[in-house]
Design a protein around this ligand. Structure first.
Ligand code: CA
Ligand code: ZN
Length: 358
């Protein structure tokens, strides 16, 4: 029938007339069809040489998953935060036994150990950070296929260099002397990541750069931040889950990441906010359009509290998953303040469940 079909842009009347003529012709030529008999076998299709089908798209080469210290890092680029001369074990995990790797460092020292992975021998490295603060990239390469993990290791500035509440002139303020309910996650940080005009765009995850987490307080570089690796892992996981759920989210806008005690007090926030310990972020999706406020995630034509609730619910639903355990923490829902800001959610990795605003 295709051969009789009119161009689809023909006026409707013309098209139907063409179709009608074709049907009439078919009935005249194929009386068997009109009488309900099976139609004659169609002629052999003409054999034309065909191009061989294209090979299936090559499987993307997945970066090795590595465990660094206590964190499992399923990303090809990530930031780690250590004190001067602190040691961190680096170990490929969930990999085929017998897989071989090489590790390249740009500072500090590296030792290599043989460890048992199941019945097979695997390798574990221990990196000792240099004494001098700065960024020291570490590359782990899987020798079979050349797939790499880049760890941007930040050696932090020790907190004992704070003088009168300032680090190199940047206002930190003072941390509460007593940790909240004696919990160690509320002890003053041991060190601070120095963020400069040169290193602020250093990636600490596929979707995040270190400079995005700097407190929005006055003053130039250098600035300092405190960040927990697990928070960054959680933010990446949230992007994954948003995409799995079908939302258009290739990033999360960090509205507020780290807050110095000085800044946190200035904005009148509670003293024991997880932002002050680098374990919290206030985020929203800002891509369509990129305009500084949350997108219309749920597609109802408006940007409201319901758009933040979409992210909130998605994260809340993960709470019972066994793999989610390391990410347990606080989750807060905030509606828009017209003329001030749009809706957003707060997430943190405090280690125990907290919910508000929903
Ligand atoms: Ca909406
Ligand atoms: Zn927050």
């Amino acid at each position: 029938m295709n051969t009789f079909a009119s161009p689809t842009d023909a006026p409707r009347g013309l098209r139907s007339r063409g179709l009608w003529a074709a049907l009439t012709l078919a009935l005249l030529l194929l009386p068997g069809l009109a009488q309900g008999k099976p139609p004659a076998a169609p002629a052999e299709p003409e054999l034309v040489p065909v191009e061989p089908p294209p090979p299936p798209a090559a499987e993307p080469v997945l970066a090795p998953t590595v465990k660094v210290g206590n964190e499992v890092i399923p990303h090809e680029i990530f930031g780690i935060f250590v004190m001067p001369e602190e040691q961190r074990a680096i170990e490929p995990v969930f990999e085929r036994p017998g897989t071989r790797y090489s590790v390249a460092i740009s500072g500090g020292t590296l030792t290599e150990d043989t460890v048992l992975v199941g019945d097979e021998e695997g390798t574990r490295w221990v990196w000792t950070a240099p004494a001098e603060p700065g960024v020291y990239p570490i590359t782990l390469t899987r020798l079979d296929d050349g797939a790499e993990v880049l760890l941007n290791a930040f050696v932090m500035t020790p907190s004992d260099e704070i003088l009168d509440g300032r680090l190199k002139g940047f206002r930190i303020g003072s941390y509460p002397a007593k940790p909240l309910r004696g919990r160690s996650i509320y002890l003053p940080p041991r060190g601070f990541i120095e963020v400069t005009a040169e290193n602020r765009n250093t990636q600490i995850a596929p979707h995040f750069r270190v400079g995005e987490f700097v407190a929005k307080q006055a003053g130039g570089y250098p600035k300092f931040v405190v960040l927990r690796e697990r928070l960054i892992l959680k933010l990446e996981m949230i992007i994954d889950k948003l995409q799995e759920a079908g939302y258009h989210a290739n990033s999360l806008h960090i509205m507020s990441g780290y807050r110095t005690p000085f800044y946190n007090r200035a904005i009148g926030n509670v003293q024991y906010s997880r932002h002050v310990w680098g374990g919290a972020a206030d985020v929203f999706v800002d891509e369509r359009p990129k305009n500084g406020v949350m997108d219309d995630l749920n597609g109802d034509g408006r940007v409201t509290r319901a758009d933040a609730a979409a992210i909130y619910q998605l994260i809340d639903q993960l709470a019972d998953e066994p793999w989610y355990k390391p990410f347990i923490g606080g989750l807060g829902l905030y509606g828009p303040k017209p003329g001030v800001r749009g809706p957003f959610i707060h997430v943190d990795v405090r280690g125990y469940r907290a919910r508000w605003g929903h």
